[in-house]
Design a protein around this ligand. Sequence first.
Ligand code: BG6
Length: 484
Amino acid sequence: MPVPTIIIFGASGDLTSRKLIPALFRLDSTGLLKEECQVVGMARTEHTSEEFRQLVEPKVKEAILASGQSWFAGTWSRFARRLHYVAGDAALPQGVRVLGDWLKNREADPGGDRLYYFAVAPELYTEIAARLGEAGHNREERGFRRVVVEKPFGRDLASAHEVNRQLNEHFSEKQIYRIDHYLGKDTVQNILVFRFGNSMFEPLWNRRYIDHIQITVAEKVTVGKRAGYYDTSGVLRDMFQSHLLQVLSLVAMEPPSQFSADRLRNEKVKVLDSILIPSPGEALASMATGQYTGYHDEKGVPQDSRTPTFAAVRLQVDNWRWKGVPFYLRSGKGMTNRYSEVTIQFREPPFRLFPQRLGHEPEANRITIVLQPDEGIKLSFQTKVPAIEGTELQARDLFFDYKGTYGSLPEAYERLLLDAMQGDASLFMRGDEIERSWEIIDPFVKSLAEANAPKPESYSIGSDGPPSANELLAKEGRVWQKLG
Ligand code: BG6
């Protein structure tokens, strides 16, 4: 069990109180944190440790109750003793000095393992890393020194490359853990288990049997309080560059020779390397964008903003396995439901032997991997409708229900924090992986910024996105799966 000191920069932010501390609290409750493990929050506002505990408690409680777990005040008080607070600006030498003093005097295992979590604004990642490095807090003499970096990691290829370069001046690749919280979700990890832990799906997992693949991450929420950040980002940067491409790479990768961080990530990078980079013209032709009505009324959004809150993108993975199989990705805010899924749409049988039941379109086989919220896997296939006379077909589903089978699933951040403490980087993105993802998304973002680019089409809140998203598939004779 890990005993590191976990230092969270950006302790007063939402991520810390809504995700990180609740995740650590749950790890503690399940006995996965050693007694001596301490958590030090750092931010600029002056607080005592006791005030910090009181500040985060209601938000942690809310997060725990929201996930259906019970709240025990006694368990919290015991956990809260691990929480400490250091006031200071970690982007300045003085701030890191204050932190250094705290560590020198209070660290349970002096000079032992340390996990630095950057839950701060992205422009501070490299500043804080530099200050830690200059003060020698990157040196692994008695224990590890790892940094966990949140997203967004850059806003295009050039800036991501620069963040990597600057981080690498003080921390080696092995010390850097770049978060994509989708990789912490059990259902996302299960994509690999489904493919490579079974023998019956993988032989079919290729261009011979698969017609196309859809990846959808739909959100019901609108941008709300995050409009300031979101308007400078948009759905392509916010969702596609990271979450959707990560899911795609797990769906499309070759089996690694071993289930280890580098072997796994090598295979993911190979998939990303196989994705064709479109010219600006091709990017516009293989994308549909939308903006929900009322987006301009969100606080902090300029009236003339053309930031897309929805996008549908067609990508081609140009390799032996996938040549000619389109990957359709879509994501948006303000949609019907919170719903994420991967659809593996198989080809029609080569010959139609049986008539279809009246009123039921013929449907080819389909595997639907529901990532959230009703986690599960659905296998759709044709059945004979019971009848004394004749043979008519109708598609029916076999469904594996994750929660119904296993109960509640762990939160992504629990898994990721534990893995980072244990030194397993499999579920974190490597520097080259992030850079390649930006290289794929950049042409789509840039083509939208051109003066002659079409404005995102408006769609109403609570819909499935703009009609142009349907046209993107319709022109190739396909349709999106209905949102669950
Ligand atoms: C974040 C994005 O990375 O992922 C948010 O910045 C988005 O805009 C969120 O809402 C979605 O995560 P989840 O786990 O709720 O699907």
